[in-house]
Structures are given as structure tokens and as C-alpha cells.
Design a protein around this ligand. Sequence first.
Ligand SMILES: Cc1ncc(COP(=O)(O)O)c(C=O)c1O
Length: 400
Amino acid sequence: MNIYGLNSNGKFGEFGGQYVAETLMPALLELEKVFYESIEDDSFQSQYRAILRDYVGRPSPLYYARRLSEYCGGAQIWLKREDLNHTGAHKINNTVGQALLARKMGKKRLIAETGAGMHGVATATVAALFGMTCDVYMGAEDIRRQAQNVERMKMLGANLIGVELKSGTATLKDAMNEALRNWVATVENTFYVIGTAAGPHPYPAMVKAFQSVIGEEAKSQLKAACGRLPSQVVACVGGGSNAIGMFAPFIDEPSVALYGAEAAGDGIDTGRHAASLSGGSVGVLHGNKTYLLQDEYGQISDTHSVSAGLDYPGVGPEHSYMKSTGRANYIPIDDAQAVDAFQKLCRLEGIIPALESSHAVALAMVNAKKLSKDDIIVVCLSGRGDKDMDSVLEYLKKNA
Ligand SMILES: Cc1ncc(COP(=O)(O)O)c(C=O)c1O
């Protein structure tokens, strides 16, 4: 497995690590051991691959977006259709893997944090599949703006724990705080299914391993269709799981440029954004050292994005590392660009994308115009947009 730059103490360069309460260390060490054993184990891999094939519906298609490409007038834009997975996003690739590890470790209760609700739905789904109980932590603001996913989680049998406004914005960061707090108290019987490539080691490496299927499939599908590598791959970056999964098999291909689209909200200059790599500085949050949005005292700043899944003040440590080495480029995309890309994909391709994924589409549209028709951009279309209809309508009404 390619864990780019990961060293033996669980860090990518200076980023990552295990900045957690003493009580969690035995659980993290056990998890690390089980993860490394399992990922090399043929029987674990065949169980994981079988569920991805028969239940999730993989491989997801790689689709040439002809009309969108023609509209942009430059490079060919291809979409990796993670929106077509069971439950409607890439999140299920990771929850299947982590639930298999939980089962192997004898844990009967799953907990998860969620922002847009897609990771909560994907965790509730695997809990039902494996006969486990499931508690999902979600900020009150996200419960309001992602109401459809709240009902889906309940329907699937999960218990939803709303995180009210104690401090901050009652979004993803606050949900993750509460989930970590609960895990400290319940670690004996509980497996914490983290939904993004952040958190303490081994989570970033583990989430990458389970999401790498996105990039691996895209690479071989493009080779079969066009006989070559893309010029660029593009993905949105919240905590960074779909992006790291998409980037993974291309990291060692120097001819392929890697682009992450961060949520610039109202614009980096306004301070109302969630672009940790473009507008943040290095600090520690949720067990790892990474780029964060924080004030001069290290207090985490409030974030804003039209997209709940990108509304997070940190980012996975491997992205911080790839920013520092220059291997990947992270570009801010604001709410207006994302909503415009959302509408373009609806009208030009008949696909309603998630608002998170719309940030990646918007960046691909910007980049495509600077390239030629021989260039290929592969975009991770990380999820579908049914959950975002209310947010988009509200945005359009406000900005009419
Ligand atoms: C569809 C979709 N894409 C992307 C993200 C962002 O997460 P990540 O950066 O971990 O891929 C989310 C998070 O909720 C999501 O629901």
C-alpha cells in the first residue's frame, strides 16, 4: 500500500501523529495493529472487495462529460461517479472497511460524526448490515440544513445525537469533538468510524487505504478508455478523504498534477470560509497536527461554507504534507463558483451533484479552460446532490 511520506511514528513529515487523551492510546495501538494486519490479509481484502462489488455497486463508472467539456472549451473533463454508489457518496467505501475492522475487533457499537450527513448515513447503513448499534453525532446547524439525511439515518436505525451550540458553529468540528469525547468514555465496546482522512494515526492512513479504490479504478478505467494517464486529477477537500483516495495511485506519477478544491465560502478575504490550507496555519486539532483555521491564541475559528461537508476548520495531515512538499495544489473555490458549477452540471449533463463535489467541478472548469483538447482532467464526483436541494434554493433566493 502506498502511504506517501508516512513515517513509523504515524506522521507525514511534521503532520499527523496521535495528540489524544492517554485513555485512547491503547485503542489506537490496537486499531493500528489490526488495520496493518488486515490490509495485507487476503481474506479481509476479499470480504471488503466483495461488499464493494455486490452491495456498494463498484466499480463506479468513469464518464466523459462531453457537453461540460465543450462548454469550457479546453481539456476533456471526465467524472468518477462516486455519486452512483449505494447511499450516494464515496463515504460508504470507508465505512465498509472500518465496520469490517470493528467486527474483527469484537466491537458491537459504532459511533460517527457527520457534517453533510453522508458519512452518518453510510455508517448507519453498515451498522444495519452488520447488526451493530450506531450513534451519530451531528451539529444542530447541519441537522437543520441536511434534514433529508437526518431522516435517512433514523430510518436505518441509528440514534442521532444533536450537538447544540455550546461554542463554535454547531457544525462538523463540534460533532467530532463530541464523538471523540464519547469514545474516551466507551472505548471498551465502541469503534469510532471517522469519516475523513483526519484524526489521530492510524485514521488518516486507514481512510486513505479504504478510499484508494476511487483512484485505482479511475486510473485503470481511463487507461482502458484512452490508453493514458490524465493531465490532472481534481477533488474537493473537506477533511480530505475523497481527495486522498483519488490522488493515491497518482502520487508517484509526476506527470499527473493533483488539485484539491477547498471551500472559500464568501471569499478568503472575508474571513468567512473553510479553506484551511489556503487560509490557515499549523496547529493541533482532533488528534493530529495539520493546517487549521485558528486565531493567534490557537483558538479554532468559526468556518463558513454553503456545503456542510466542507465546513470544517482542519484538513487531513497528508494534504498538509503534500502542500508543504508542493506535490499537490490546493485552490479556494467560493460558494458562488460552487453553486454555478452545481447548476452547470445539472443543465449540461443531467447530473445533480453534491455541493461538496460541485467545488471540484468548479475547479475543473477553471483549469480546463487553461488546457488543450488533448488534456484530460479526471474529477472525483464524490456524491449526489439530493441532500442539497434546500441549501441551493436558499442560496439562490438570497443571492437573486
Ligand atoms: C459528497 C461529499 N463529498 C465530499 C465530502 C467532504 O469530505 P472529504 O473531504 O472527507 O471527502 C463530503 C462530506 O460530508 C461529502 O458528503
